[in-house]
Design a protein around this ligand. Structure first.
Ligand code: NAD
Length: 502
């Protein structure tokens, strides 16, 4: 399929036709070439209709060894870390161009493998992916090191050196955005990379690897290893020749990676993990309609499969009915459907097993005494896909599972508060600390509460906003280390001091 510029009038039929013509990559990409590996495969099922989509190579220790060896060769003997940084940057910018050129194809691969509406994949995810490679591509040639003031008989240089071979293990919810947030800064820094996509979404990542080769990244600089987490992911986590591991995924699997590092070579591990983000609406919010619309959009966007989803709506008693009624209304009217249909606003959840987990949270909320206001059940049973109705519970108590555990689906927990202090207390009563939202017109309240909220990002009178220039990541059990911005380079570089007696 070619990357002809897209047409905003693309119809359902256009996308279906393109999907039928799509070539699906199924081999690892190691040392710049497709590599089928030892013969083991796994089935990627499309949540669109529950049908098998592709048989993809399943990497284990042998394939992880081969991918890490290719990355090691490219780092130790290849040109990449030694190139002028601006030249590395140009290669990343060529990759950004190719991502833009192939955005329909990449959007389709994402939509078919994990179920998000294809137009959102194209207009939101692919735009972010191209922007990420472009941003780090531009940054690569603009970095400087330090020469601190020293005594007259000495010169000190503090230089940043690439850490070496980086493994990036990423989830399926934003398969290429997460891949780009890891690989772009690592590559800009001069590292070489083995990318391990989630087993639910390997196709888009394998295609990205091929585009990187086409963009002129030398062989072995970006390798893509497909496979199951407990095999391919574990093999990278325990690999003695991986220098740093950047992970995005669940808090539970994040713990595994810390153990893998402890049990192997103490590689540095960076973790972007789960969340249970509070979204606080005060009665003086500048625009309550917008606050409610954004609360609904935030929890239902991407099927609720968002680490930053504002899954706890904390709303002041004085405005609770107004805000919650508007969210419930939106839940009832949201259009669920085939992700290839441009009219669809919410696709299926990623897998049938994931929908079962989400339904388990819904059952627990009923048992715990929360009140169901919308949804709460499977949708579109005739399709064969794991669709779910957007769900809202109110009267959620602070000790209920729904207030404490990440659902990673379109399920909102509403809690009511009476004072800003109580809102902050409820918001911070979580093991997580990824993001928070806050709606108020009062500047002092906004600053005071933002300071008090324990979260990597606080959005005031908005949600999910921000560009590549700001860092992204969590505190507490939402992880540590930052993606995006120049700060991400810290994860992929070591500081070296050279002290010279003159
Ligand atoms: P997951 O933790 O199950 O899987 C993530 C990756 O880890 C996949 O590549 C998977 O193959 C691998 N993996 C799974 N088990 C493994 C094991 N035992 N050893 C080694 N690797 C293993 O997460 P998921 O279901 O793909 O994604 C959902 C989770 O990701 C949610 O918790 C969500 O909050 C989180 N997430 C966080 C961010 C963030 O930036 N903080 C962004 C997106 C998603």
């Amino acid at each position: 399929m070619t990357g002809a510029p897209h047409d905003d009038d693309d119809t359902y039929e256009d996308w279906q036709r393109r999907a039928r013509a799509l070539a699906l990559p199924t081999a690892h990409l190691i040392g710049g070439a497709p590599e089928p590996g030892g013969g083991a495969t796994f089935t990627v099922v499309s949540p669109r209709d529950g049908r098998p989509l592709a048989e993809v190579a399943a990497g284990g220790e042998a394939e992880a060894d081969a991918a890490v060896a290719a990355a090691r060769r490219a780092f130790d003997r290849g040109p990449w870390p030694r190139l002028a940084p601006a030249e590395r940057g140009r290669a990343l910018q060529r990759l950004a161009d190719l991502v833009e050129h192939h955005r329909d194809e990449l959007a389709l691969l994402i939509s078919l493998e994990m179920g998000k509406p294809v137009t959102e994949a194209r207009d939101i995810e692919l735009r972010a992916v191209a922007a990420t490679f472009r941003w780090y591509g531009e940054l690569a040639g603009k970095l400087t090191d330090e020469a601190p003031h020293t005594p007259g008989d000495a010169l000190a240089l503090v230089t940043r050196e690439p850490v070496g071979v980086v493994a990036a293990v990423v989830p399926w919810n934003f398969p290429l955005t997460m891949a780009a947030w890891k690989t772009a800064p690592a590559l800009a820094a001069g590292c070489t990379v083995v990318l391990k996509p989630a087993e639910q979404s390997p196709l888009s990542a394998l295609r990205l690897g091929a585009l990187a080769a086409e963009a002129g990244l030398p062989d072995g600089v970006l390798n893509v290893l497909a496979g199951q987490g407990p095999e391919a992911g574990r093999a990278l986590g325990r690999h003695p020749d991986v220098d740093a591991l950047a992970f995005t995924g669940s808090t539970e699997v994040g713990r595994h990676f810390l153990r893998y590092a402890a049990d192997s070579n103490l590689k540095r591990v960076w973790l972007e993990l789960g969340g249970k983000s509070p979204n606080i609406v005060l009665p003086d919010a500048p625009d309550l309609e917008r606050a409610a619309a954004t609360a609904a959009w935030g929890i239902f966007f991407n099927q609720g499969e968002m680490c930053t989803a504002p899954s706890r709506l904390l709303v002041h008693r004085a405005v609770a009915d107004r805000v919650v009624d508007a969210v419930v209304e939106r839940a009832r009217t949201l259009r669920i459907g085939d992700p290839l249909d441009p009219a669809t606003e919410m696709g299926p959840l990623v897998t049938a097993a994931h929908r079962e987990r989400v339904l388990g949270h819904i059952a627990a909320a009923h048992r715990d005494g929360a009140r169901l206001r919308a949804g709460g059940e499977a949708a579109l049973p005739g399709t064969g896909g794991p669709y779910l109705r957007p769900t809202v519970f109110d009267r959620v108590g602070p000790q209920m599972r729904l207030a404490r555990e990440e659902v990673f689906g379109p399920v909102l927990a509403v809690q009511v508060f009476d004072t800003p202090e109580e809102a902050v207390r409820i918001a911070n009563d979580s093991v997580y600390g990824l993001a928070a939202g806050l709606w108020t017109a009062d500047l002092s309240t906004a600053h005071r509460m933002s300071r008090a909220l324990r979260a990597g990002t606080v959005w005031v009178n908005c949600y999910e906003e921000g560009g590549l220039e700001v860092p992204f990541g969590g505190v507490r059990q939402s992880g540590h280390g930052r993606d995006k911005s120049a700060h991400a380079l810290d994860k992929y570089t070591d500081l070296k001091t050279t002290w010279i007696r003159l």
